[in-house]
Design a protein around this ligand. Structure first.
Ligand SMILES: [Zn+2]
Length: 491
């Protein structure tokens, strides 16, 4: 996510960090709540399943996360989501089927999916009618027969209604996250917990899966989504788009954007498809924001390793949206985005998307890294002196507000200055300690090791320690210390 999405209003350009800082200061008073250690498996009686052995229990209603309670579910691992949506732009109503392919990780008598609002008409498990109930965001499914551990199974959910953005305690400055219906169309930006606002899912970044997303809309709307556009077909006054995302993806990074777009088709790194969706009335200046995409990707590719996905692109919304989100392969930008934001969201394709956070406390591994990459691009285009000056300005504010550690920013200021401003300083301190060669080797090894998987702060620290014998005390102080430490080079 770009920082301006985290702000009550938009603060473009170099002033953004001030806004984040003010927000962080405002949130500081609220303190943070980091308590939850629920077990992944909640042992319960087998219940309705007639043939179930005693070992068959209910899958947990959540994946334990230090910051969020109730996100995701236990007992299975989703392999693939097959989404078919019919969207009526006028009424906002969707009619949809979500077919999930998953593997049971325990003998399952019943299991949960996450779904916010919407009406469920029918659930099939292994093509057999299953009973289900709703409890808040939980869709509890009771298959006719139990699901043995290790077995792959399918769940099909027929559902519909008018999706509404889902309230998210980590993003308290907006009414919700997920599916946004606007005058120009629909934009899906779900970080952290908004995916459940438009499809039933295992809504935690720990469970990545591949996707196919088929959306039918009235003409003349166009549908942009993740991965590769594999098919377009007409049906009278409606048109269907089929997208396939073959790189494993976290639920919050899935998107559907529907508007009357101009589409620019080019080639990205290594000849992969690059599709840029723009408002039909986008100005030359707005289009130019994306002109250096390949140059930025090449610059990052040299430093972070090869671009990790099958496609690349962008959606520039008609709406402000309050910022941008690094939706996988095709970031969604609010109107008014600048080149710095493009660099930020493209860097997320490595940090956040390809290497995802194992839980939401680890967000600095997304935002600290993407914000640092944004600074690298700034240094590349504006020069080292300008970058140092910018760094000094950020540092002064971090010290003045005594901004807390990125390793534990607290849920209420998850998208605040700890992560976005102090986070990149952690990486600058590492770079200063080990030198450019080792620093970028560490970043490449990080992506390589955790490709299509997840990172934790502990794993990153271990990689740093095994890569160098340099003194990392300032790196550790910036990452962990409750008080904002002195950085002599920025004094
Ligand atoms: Zn970001």
């Amino acid at each position: 996510m770009n920082s301006s999405l985290a702000s009550p209003s938009r603060f473009p350009g170099r002033g953004w960090f001030l806004a984040v800082l003010l927000l962080a200061a405002a949130c500081r008073a609220a303190g943070s709540d980091a308590s939850s250690s629920a077990p992944l498996v909640v042992p319960e009686p087998a219940g309705a399943t007639a043939d179930a052995p005693a070992s068959a229990t209910a899958g947990s209603h959540e994946i334990p996360d230090p910051y969020y309670q109730g996100l995701g579910n236990g007992g299975y691992d989703v392999q693939h989501y097959d989404l078919v949506l019919d969207v009526d732009l006028e009424s906002g109503v969707i009619e949809a089927v979500c077919r999930i392919t998953a593997r049971a990780t325990q003998d399952l008598a019943r299991f949960h999916l996450d779904l916010y609002g919407l009406d469920v008409d029918q659930v099939l498990v292994r093509d057999e009618e299953a009973s289900f109930e709703r409890e808040g965001r939980e869709l509890i499914v009771r298959p006719e027969r139990f699901l043995p551990a290790g077995e792959e199974f399918t769940v099909a959910v027929r559902y519909g209604g008018v999706p509404e953005p889902a309230p998210d305690p980590g993003v308290p400055f907006v009414p919700g996250v997920g599916w946004f219906r606007t005058p120009s169309g629909v934009y899906v930006v779900s970080e952290c917990s908004g995916a459940a606002s438009w499809f039933p899912c295992n809504d935690h970044p720990l469970d990545k899966a591949t996707y196919s997303i088929e959306v039918t809309v009235p003409k003349p709307y166009t549908v942009a989504s993740n991965g590769i556009l594999v098919e377009e077909r007409d049906a009278g006054d409606r048109r269907t788009w089929l997208w396939r995302a073959s790189d494993p993806m976290s639920t919050y990074l899935a998107t559907v954007c529907i508007a009357e777009f101009d589409v620019v088709v080019e080639e990205g790194p290594g000849g992969i498809p690059m599709r840029t969706y723009l408002p039909t009335d986008a100005t030359e200046e707005e289009r130019a924001v994306f002109a250096r995409t390949n140059e930025i990707l090449a610059f990052f590719g040299e430093r972070f390793g090869p671009y990790p996905f099958e496609s690349v692109g962008a959606v520039l919304s008609y709406e402000n949206l309050g910022g941008a989100l690094e939706t996988q392969t095709i970031p969604v930008y609010g109107r008014g985005a600048d080149e710095s934001t493009v660099a930020h969201e493209l860097a997320h394709q490595w940090f956040g998307d390809c290497v995802g956070p194992a839980n939401w406390q680890e967000l600095w591994l997304n935002e600290g890294f993407a914000s640092y990459a944004e600074q690298l691009w700034f240094e590349h285009t504006e020069g080292a002196e300008a970058a140092l000056e910018r760094g000094r300005g950020m540092y002064r504010m971090l010290r003045a507000a005594n901004v807390g550690p990125p390793a534990d920013p607290g849920l209420e200021q998850l998208f605040g200055a700890s992560v976005y401003v102090r986070g990149p300083l952690v990486l600058q301190a590492l770079r200063d300690a080990v030198g450019d060669e080792t620093f970028f080797a560490i970043l490449r090894a990080w992506v390589d090791r955790n490709h299509d998987g997840h990172g934790t702060t502990d794993a990153f620290v271990a990689l740093c320690e095994e890569s160098t014998e340099a003194d990392l005390s300032l790196f550790f102080a910036l990452l962990y210390d409750a008080d904002m430490p002195v950085v002599p080079s920025l004094e």
